[in-house]
Design a protein around this ligand. Structure first.
Ligand code: ZN
Length: 136
């Protein structure tokens, strides 16, 4: 079951510049920065009510974010949907014909299990499923 839009991921060239920009935009600084080595990205997170903005900067030229910016420039990279049971949703979506980018959920930023859907099967929008690890 889907719970909400958890965050929107935005690909940026410089996370430092964009942290300043989003602080001005939202009136609050980011609350967390985190490097995700498996995805070759640096991330920072801003709260907007119950939702978040995740900024993503490539940490190397072979990062998916570097490739994204090369092709499409800075901008919205993905929409993250929070689910209550990521394994169940992955199974359901696979049966519906969506292409999952990993067979198993991966450890993502911000204490989440994540799985991405191939944008070719979702109208060009990269969708991230996420589930909090050990919710309190
Ligand atoms: Zn994300």
């Amino acid at each position: 079951m889907y719970l909400r839009v958890e965050h929107i991921g935005i690909a940026v060239k410089s996370i430092n510049d964009s942290n300043d920009l989003f602080r001005k935009l939202l009136g609050e600084p980011h609350y967390k920065v985190e490097q995700v080595d498996s995805e070759k990205v640096s991330t920072s997170f801003f709260k907007i009510g119950d939702n978040k903005i995740e900024l993503l900067e490539a940490t190397g030229p072979d990062s998916p974010i570097a490739k994204f910016i090369e092709k499409r420039g800075e901008g919205i990279h993905h929409i993250a949907l929070e689910v209550d049971d990521i394994y169940k949703e992955m199974k359901r979506l696979q049966a519906e014909g969506f292409t999952l980018l990993s067979a198993e959920p991966k450890k993502g930023a911000d204490n989440k299990l994540v799985c991405f859907l191939h944008p070719k099967s979702t109208n060009g929008v990269l969708i991230e499923l996420c589930q909090e690890i050990n919710p309190v």
